[in-house]
Design a protein around this ligand. Structure first.
Ligand code: NAD
Ligand code: TYD
Length: 360
């Protein structure tokens, strides 16, 4: 039985990954979820798995060597899946320091603790161990030409403090492979969407605001392009790379689903109008008139687009959920989980929202 140490498992993708893995592998795996429970981490995302015998939650910070060392000491870890990170570009523009602390130094601590636990006397590593670092397509920078794509060989050119911190962590992982022959792999995925995404990110923010009849903020001209992937397809890719990905390699994950932000907003509005019954009072709020073009994000990358050729050819990965279906499932999930939304937008969310949007 493999034991997975998942960091950041109480966040958006991490919690979806834990659900995905137990759905797929049942009791054949053990998962230890290490999360510091920042504003983005929520144990409410994991209610469905809490009772599973092979699931354990440990509240620990990847920046804290002693805490992480203890997790490795107490458990024989086979796979690390490193999701834990500060993940929002807008926050990184306002407060870059925490991005370096968590994404760069935190990853370094994860690497060192895994190395100490897995290294043998002769400097080689125990059989079957793997460290998968979850990264993003944003490390590659921005594409102006519509016919260009990000390949694994595309040089890194990050623009935001967020993407620069993720790029730094990717380089550290690669350095551990090259220097120590440390058994690591990196995945670089495009924008994810689906259940449990914190409503600071475009899709859940627009759904939540539209339902409340609040303005829908569009940065710049709304024509920036992102390449959207349903979160379960990302989880499937990570699972496949853990099983079959070659040590020292990196794999891009994306489903060729590029859309302008303004298109996404119209699709969400149309989907809400289609799904909400006439009897639901929130339906009257949903309107194109809520759309507001606001000041652009500083350094706003124009277009991201992943070429997933390598993971398809080597591992047979294919996305299963196409956007029309995925966005419907996602909108439905937020409609059916209004309590979740109310809970995550209580607390500091309103302060964050006012700071980011009130004078924009
Ligand atoms: P998220 O912000 O929803 O979740 C991050 C999680 O990490 C939270 O549970 C948080 O509590 C935890 N965390 C933060 N700092 C920590 C620390 N110091 N120690 C322990 N836990 C800590 O992020 P997400 O969207 O789920 O992204 C997960 C990973 O995937 C990130 O590494 C991100 O860069 C990468 N990624 C995200 C996307 C996307 O579209 N969201 C796309 C590609 C890659
Ligand atoms: P986001 O979900 O923050 O993801 P990322 O910046 O990592 O791609 O933003 C997706 C796109 O939507 C990005 O081009 C910025 C834009 N955006 C808005 O136009 N308005 C908003 O309120 C937000 C949060 C994002």
């Amino acid at each position: 039985m493999k034991t997975y140490l998942v960091t950041g498992g109480a966040g958006f993708i991490g919690s979806n990954f834990i659900h995905y893995m137990f759905r797929k592998h049942g009791n054949d795996i053990r998962i230890i979820n290490v999360d510091a429970l920042t504003y983005a981490g929520n144990l409410g995302n994991l209610k469905d798995v809490e009772g599973i015998e092979n699931y354990t939650f440990v509240k620990a910070d990847i920046r804290n060597k002693e805490e992480i060392e203890k997790v490795f000491k107490d458990n024989d870890i086979d796979y690390v899946v490193n999701f834990a990170a500060e993940s929002h570009v807008d926050r990184s523009i306002v407060n870059p320091e925490i991005f370096v602390e968590t994404n760069v130094l935190g990853t370094l601590i994860m690497l060192n603790c895994a190395k100490d636990a897995w290294e043998q006397e002769d400097g080689s590593f125990k059989e079957g161990k793997k460290f998968l670092h979850v990264s993003t397509d944003e490390v590659y920078g921005s594409l102006d030409n519509l016919t260009d794509f990000f390949y694994e060989t595309t040089p890194y050119s990050p623009h935001s403090p967020y993407s620069a911190s993720k790029a730094s962590s990717d380089f550290l992982v690669k350095a551990y492979v090259d220097t120590y022959k440390f058994p690591a792999v990196i995945t670089n995925c495009s924008n994810n969407y689906g259940p449990y995404q914190f409503p600071e990110k475009l899709i859940p923010l627009i759904i939540n605001n539209a339902l409340q009849g609040k303005e829908l903020p569009v940065y710049g001209d709304g024509k920036n392009i992102r390449d959207w992937l349903y979160v379960d397809d990302h989880c499937k890719g990570i699972d496949m790379v853990l099983e079959g990905g070659r040590i020292g390699e990196k794999y891009n994950i994306g489903g060729h689903n590029e859309k302008q932000n303004i298109e996404i907003i119209h699709i969400i509005l149309d989907t809400l109008k289609e799904i909400l019954p006439d009897s639901d009072p929130r339906k009257a709020n949903v309107s194109e008139e809520l759309i507001r073009f606001v000041a652009d994000r500083k350094g706003h990358d124009r277009r991201y687009a992943i070429a997933p050729d390598k993971i398809k050819a080597e591992l047979g990965w294919e996305p299963e959920t196409f956007f029309a279906e995925g966005i419907k499932k996602t909108v439905k999930w937020y409609l059916e989980n209004q309590e979740w939304m109310t809970e995550v937008t209580s607390g500091d969310y309103q302060k964050y929202y006012d700071k980011m949007y009130s004078d924009r």
